[in-house]
Design a protein around this ligand. Sequence first.
Ligand code: UT7
Length: 332
Amino acid sequence: MKKSRITGVGHYVPDQIITNEYLSTIIDTNNEWIIERTGIEERRWFTPGKDTVTSMSLAASTLAIKRAGIANKDIDFIVFATITPDYFVPGNGVLLQRELGIQGVPALDVRNACSGFIYALSVADQFIKTGMYKTILVVGAEIQSSALDKSDAGRSSAVIFADGAGAAILQAVDQDQPGILSSHLHADGDFAEELYLKDPGSSREVRLSPEIVDNPSFKMYMNGNTVFKHAVVRFNEVILEALEANGKNKAEIDLLVPHQANLRISNYIQQKMGLPDEKVFNNIMKLGNTTAGTIPIALSEAWEQGRLKEGDLVCLAAFGSGFTWASALLTW
Ligand code: UT7
């Protein structure tokens, strides 16, 4: 049986920088609160008419393809994690496929929010292990800023969420090579409405009406406290699950790449794992929370900064809407 290895990573973030100072001019918030409660100093929001989920993911994928030393035509499957596709239907995988000029290659969309990239990576890993595909493009990309409630009522999520795209090339390698050791996926639908975007849902007579457009149900809702409390427990559990499954201990982790939800969550996990700063990668300070984008963007930045070396033990972990949570342990 083959193993899968990440052979190239890339990312793209929009050039529009949204500072805390700017946010405090449109909603009732301030720089001190945002930094103290979230760690975020600034984030990127897309420029309408310039950036799309497709254009951002194309830029990220093109970089990942180049760094993997392959060509677009070598890709035999696309797994695309996003909850903010350019169209309601079809999904974003086919739009990226068209731009890559690889018509005919299958494309699958994954809608698991903040855990989306790890779910997508796990799906891709299974296809490689069965021998069905050899080279898979796995993407996480979002435009969250257009679905945020930018009124005072939505301020706790409006200051967190942001836009960006990351991509990874996963390739089949022999068992003795570095690669994905295991992935661990979980969900609990009891908490679906604690972090959700209700409309335009399909289960009403008219999917889009002026009432729905004017209603907060058209914007992201998050019960931040509840999400936070579950996140810290689940992150810890799912990281330990991955270590245990592979007979590894916390101290063996070379780089932990947590989903960038809130710097306080990352710091709490770091402390629980007893890891020094250099073994945890955070970029939420500059990029905010890009949902499915955070982990592949972080991997690409970590690689660029020389923080991912061949053979390093890397742990990815995420928690978010669903609730869903997931981890993956791999050697780089
Ligand atoms: O990525 C998907 C998963 N998402 C997460 O994991 C996010 C988890 N949750 C969080 O990160 C945090 O709960 C938030 C950052 C969203 C909120 O932080 P918090 O420390 O939980 O604040 P809170 O909701 O308990 O609110 C504390 C106070 C409230 O005021 P009162 O009632 O004490 O007067 C809020 O109204 O802070 C107020 N507040 C704000 N003040 C200034 C909430 N948002 C803001 C804001 N600026 N943006």
